[in-house]
Design a protein around this ligand. Structure first.
Ligand code: SF4
Length: 240
């Protein structure tokens, strides 16, 4: 008798990747720094979400360390700091002129409209906050959703170029627009779990997809050890 093949869905993708890679514990933040300085660690996540645009996380870490060693990882301090100094400190993350403006812009927005209070900022309707973030210069859907999920703990799935790549290759969803992929994942997961569980799954699943794409599903994929190979049409085409 033939064994029944498990259908790949966002949920089974999550389970398979979690079993193979384990918990990724995103988003990394330096809790001891914030405890010592009485600052809000969620702002570090916001800063990281902007600095990681078009760059590898290792470079972002260097920029974050510079901001912390200058003791300015704080909404008001970034809003007030001289832009030249800010550019110098975030230089390792690349595109530093652009990113310095974006950081000052969001910090000023949070300072002027929410008096540096991230509870006040996040304690509103998810889509209202999303629209507001998207209206800020240099914040697109991926950055906005990373801020909402990882800083705000809100149930929204982050789509990035890696997610688009694996969706196209497996395939999981033939549509590859940001909104369609996001809806596809959310429709599959949200209805089956509580809000708290959903946030945890979105948090882990995005990180697991990044892990998959960095180690196996690269531009030139390395399928022989990939935990998804039995599901993957792209792999089947490659082996023909
Ligand atoms: S089997 Fe290959 S192409 Fe398919 S998801 Fe894995 S690494 Fe990517």
């Amino acid at each position: 008798m033939k064994s029944k093949k498990m259908k790949l869905t966002p949920q089974t993708l999550y389970q398979t990747l979690l079993e193979n890679f384990g918990k990724q514990n995103w988003w990394p933040m330096d809790k001891s720094y914030h405890k010592k300085n009485d600052s809000d660690p969620r702002f570090e996540t916001i800063v990281g979400a902007i600095l990681t645009q078009n760059t590898a996380w290792l470079n972002v870490e260097k920029a974050l360390d510079n901001l912390k060693s200058e003791n300015i990882m704080d909404i008001k301090k970034i809003s007030d700091v001289d832009i030249k100094l800010l550019q110098k400190m975030i230089k390792p993350s690349g595109f530093f002129n652009q990113k310095a403006k974006r950081l000052k812009n969001i910090a000023s927005h949070l300072h002027n409209n929410y008096q540096d209070d991230l509870d006040c900022f996040f304690n509103r309707d998810l889509y209202e906050i999303r629209e507001e973030l998207l209206s800020l210069n240099g914040i697109g859907p991926e950055t906005a959703d990373s801020i909402l999920l990882y800083a705000g703990g809100m149930p929204i799935f982050v789509v990035d170029a890696y997610t688009k790549r694996i969706c196209k290759r497996l395939p999981l969803n033939t549509n590859i627009s940001y909104d369609e992929i996001q809806q596809y994942f959310e429709n599959s997961i949200y209805k089956n779990y509580s809000k708290k569980e959903t946030v945890q799954i979105y948090n882990e699943l995005h990180a697991l997809i990044v892990e998959l794409a960095k180690n196996y599903c690269k531009k030139k994929p390395e399928c022989s050890k990939c935990p998804l190979q039995k599901h993957c049409m792209f792999k089947k085409q490659l082996s023909k």
